[in-house]
Design a protein around this ligand. Structure first.
Ligand SMILES: C[S@@+](CC[C@H](N)C(=O)[O-])C[C@H]1O[C@@H](n2cnc3c(N)ncnc32)[C@H](O)[C@@H]1O
Length: 200
């Protein structure tokens, strides 16, 4: 997998252009409303999707398997936010907690066990109330691809990713956006309810 992406970036360079994906703009708008301040972006590539969050005043940390993509983020996109070089299979790379984990175009490239680990590790890196937001390719786009990928249908999504919201969003491919929240710990919710009870 890492060789495939290394070769792809060497050959095609900034292959999706410099503009962010629609999913990143949608996530930025949601996170601005939620007053989010920090975002972890696994599979950040050369960084085009980081820009909307940075421009909205959020701090961004990336994870990326391709050294060439990271070099493009630095040299071509002039981006200076921290990027961990490695596979999401080796998460966590830091012990920080983020308001959001956002990932575009990566999760459908992982096998079933790796997807489950990715969701677990991402939820663990969220602050209470934080959002896990990612895109996966919609099954309507099913066709032979140069790299193995899983295509998703609406009913698959909750079975696969647990209690989530999802909707379709067309970009270079038809995608599903999937959103999961890390809720407050049960004890915290119970204590908030108790507190609310004392204010009536
Ligand atoms: C389809 S591309 C999307 C790139 C970026 N999100 C964008 O939209 O510009 C998938 C990205 O994930 C990276 N990637 C693939 N497998 C990975 C893994 N196991 N861990 C971290 N990054 C990975 C690839 O190198 C590539 O940058």
């Amino acid at each position: 997998m890492s060789e495939f992406w290394e070769d792809a970036f060497v050959e095609k360079q900034l292959m999706w252009g410099e503009a962010p994906a629609k999913s990143a703009l949608w996530a930025r708008d949601l996170l601005v409303k939620e007053n989010a301040r920090s975002v972890l972006i696994p599979g950040v590539g050369y960084g085009r999707n980081a820009r909307p969050f940075l421009d909205a005043g959020m701090s961004v940390t990336g994870i990326e398997i391709s050294a060439t993509a990271i070099a493009f983020a630095r040299e071509r996109m002039k981006l200076t936010f921290p990027i961990h070089h490695g596979s999401v299979g080796d998460m966590p790379f830091d012990d920080a907690r983020y308001d959001a984990v956002f990932s575009h175009g990566l999760v459908h490239l992982l096998d079933e066990a790796a997807r489950a680990k990715f969701v677990r590790d991402s939820l663990n890196q969220l602050l209470p109330g934080g959002h896990l937001i990612f895109s996966v390719v919609d099954a309507v786009a099913k066709s032979p691809r140069p790299v193995p990928m899983t295509f998703f249908d609406g009913p698959d999504l909750e079975r696969e990713f647990g209690p989530c919201e999802h909707f379709k969003l067309d970009d270079h491919h038809p995608f599903y956006m999937v959103i999961r929240r890390r809720w407050f710990a049960a004890t915290t919710r119970a204590s908030l309810r108790a507190l609310a009870g004392t204010c009536g």
